[in-house]
Design a protein around this ligand. Structure first.
Ligand code: B12
Length: 211
């Protein structure tokens, strides 16, 4: 394992070119892509969040760090996806209505692909109707929702209610996640599963398919 600090610093300071180059170099040296995610990239975004909260970083800094994270993730995503074998289930994943954060959602989507799932990524700001249409038209058997804002957490509940109204709630397992989400909240809104990270999301999805 190379020193995690240079990639951490590149994401933290929003140096996308450097983040990409360091990621490519590490991958060429045979470093496990998940090590890069877990030891450099996610901790860097955590520090970005801390600085934002402490008024040391503002939205432009958030954006350039997110861009650097995305540049590095773009190199990692295909490698995670190619780890899978047979499709084990079909997941409709999206960040809920009103919420534009997609870094965690993209990570979950990549690992699910790596875990052998077919992933239909609906993107960000996804209204309930779009989840419902995907369940109906594409026979998704898992709905995975991400939310990063406390103000958009209720959209998860709204989506579950809408799935019920549309008569498709029983056809799917609903998984939820994102920094402000807790197991307690997941239970309260009637979700089938919650995980605090992307690795756990894959285990959860596999369990959900079996149940
Ligand atoms: C990057 C970022 C942004 C970027 C997003 C870029 C992008 N393309 O995503 C930009 C600059 C656009 C942004 C905008 C805003 N942001 Co912002 N942002 C962040 C930041 C720094 C990092 C988020 C992140 O990517 N984390 C890294 C990923 C890997 O972690 P994650 O998303 O939690 O995902 C992991 C798990 O949660 C889990 N997971 C995630 N989804 C799912 C789904 C399932 C099904 C499962 C099982 C698991 C799972 O697995 C993931 C991997 O392990 C956070 C602070 C933080 N540390 O969380 C603030 C933060 C989320 N933002 C915040 C705010 C306030 C905003 C704005 C309102 C700012 C503004 N005034 O404009 C806007 C809102 C825009 C909108 N409508 O969505 C606040 C939210 C506060 C709150 N209580 O709601 C935070 C917490 C910052 C803070 N400390 O104040 N933001």
């Amino acid at each position: 394992m190379p020193d995690p600090k240079p990639l951490y610093d590149a994401v933290l300071t929003g140096n996308a070119q450097e983040a990409k180059a360091l990621t490519q170099q590490a991958l060429d040296e045979g470093v496990d892509p998940l090590v890069l995610v877990n030891e450099s990239m996610v901790p860097a975004m955590d520090e970005v969040g801390r600085r934002f909260q402490a008024n040391e970083y503002f939205v432009p800094e958030l954006l350039i760090s997110a861009r650097a994270m995305k540049a590095a993730l773009d190199l990692i995503r295909p490698l995670l996806a190619s780890r899978g074998n047979q499709p084990v289930g079909r997941v409709a994943i999206g960040t809920v209505k009103g919420d534009l954060h997609d870094i965690g959602k993209n990570l979950v989507a990549s690992l699910l692909e790596g875990g052998g799932f077919e992933v239909i990524d609906l993107g960000v700001n996804v209204p309930p109707e779009q989840f419902i249409a995907t369940v109906k038209d594409r026979q998704a058997n898992i709905v995975a929702m991400s939310a990063l804002l406390t103000t958009t957490m209720p959209a998860m509940k709204t989506t579950i209610e809408a799935l019920k109204q549309a008569g498709v709630r029983d056809q799917v397992k609903v998984l939820v996640g994102g920094a402000p989400i807790t197991q307690k909240f997941a239970d309260e809104i009637g979700a089938d599963g919650y995980s605090e990270n992307a690795v756990g999301a894959v285990a959860l999805a596999k369990q959900a398919i079996k149940a």
